[in-house]
Ligand binder design. Structure first.
Ligand code: URA
Length: 269
């Protein structure tokens, strides 16, 4: 018999079809269930489970005034991308810093022509401190290769730089505390095109409320830079049939960057 979490995931996948961008992995649901399981000795158990960190406004203000922890490398020049990356690694600007293993500032060519922006790190990214290195990342790598780029030639970043617990979407306060880093990254890199992966990225960067079904496949703009929203690779892993549309979006990006997409293969006669 199919296990309970697989069944629950199937139900949620259906939900995600109706409202793309809502995602839930079996692993996430297991964590969720463990969190909500009745506790035998509730006083002891409560002591063992750290309370969810409260969001405090002064933490954001603290970051704005340089609220970082630990020693920053002194050889990095302020205003450079390396300095920003190092600052993010030490950031304590919102409560996500309490639960992260590693901040995930972003990586790639500082002169990239093409930039990808996702939602926020997952468990694999949190462990490694690098963006898109899990299953969704492997698919993103394939998308980048299909677009005739190497991963090292593009820049990959996220709306929030620390993992939201249980892979939930970032809260508006968390995105607000973090978005300044992304804005600086975009300003420093000045890519020719930005690809937004999923509705959450579009929501927090462009303040768009529409779902990804409505947004994808048409050019938008951020600070004079053409922006193409498309499906998040994690969604594509669950919804294979959406890959075709996603490829159409990516072909538009290729053409904008002067690359000719491969001709479609003709069916055998
Ligand atoms: N999903 C994201 O949105 N970003 C990552 O870095 C990994 C998975």
């Amino acid at each position: 018999m199919t296990d309970f979490f697989t069944q629950l995931t199937a139900i949620l996948e259906k939900e995600a079809l109706r409202r793309p961008g809502i995602m839930a992995e079996p692993e996430t649901l297991r964590e969720l269930a463990a969190d909500h399981a009745p506790r035998k000795n509730s006083a002891a158990a409560e002591a063992a489970v750290p309370a969810a960190p409260e969001f405090r406004k002064e933490q954001v203000d603290d970051r704005r005034s340089g609220g970082i922890s630990g020693q920053l490398r002194s050889d990095l020049r302020p205003g450079t991308l390396e300095h920003l990356v190092e600052t993010v690694r030490h950031c304590r600007g919102c409560p996500l810093c309490e639960t992260r293993l590693n901040a995930v500032p972003g990586e790639g060519d500082p002169h990239a022509r093409l930039m990808f922006i996702g939602e926020g790190p997952g468990a694999d990214e949190d462990r490694q401190g690098r963006p898109f290195v899990g299953a969704a990342g492997q698919l993103l790598d394939k998308m980048i290769t299909a677009m005739q780029f190497k991963r090292e030639e593009v820049y990959i970043a996220n709306i929030v730089k620390c993992r939201p617990p249980r892979n939930r979407a970032p809260m508006p306060e968390e995105a607000a505390a973090c978005i300044g880093y992304l804005e600086h990254q975009i300003r420093m890199i000045r890519p020719e095109v930005i690809v937004l992966l999923g509705a959450t990225a579009a929501h927090f960067l462009l303040k768009r409320e529409e779902g990804i079904m409505k947004l994808r496949g048409r050019w938008l703009e951020y600070d004079g830079i053409p922006v193409m929203p498309t499906f998040h690779p994690a969604f594509l892993l669950r919804q294979e049939s959406a890959k075709r549309d996603s490829w159409e979006d990516l072909k538009l990006v290729m053409r904008k960057l002067g690359k000719e997409p491969p001709a479609p293969r003709r069916a055998a006669q």
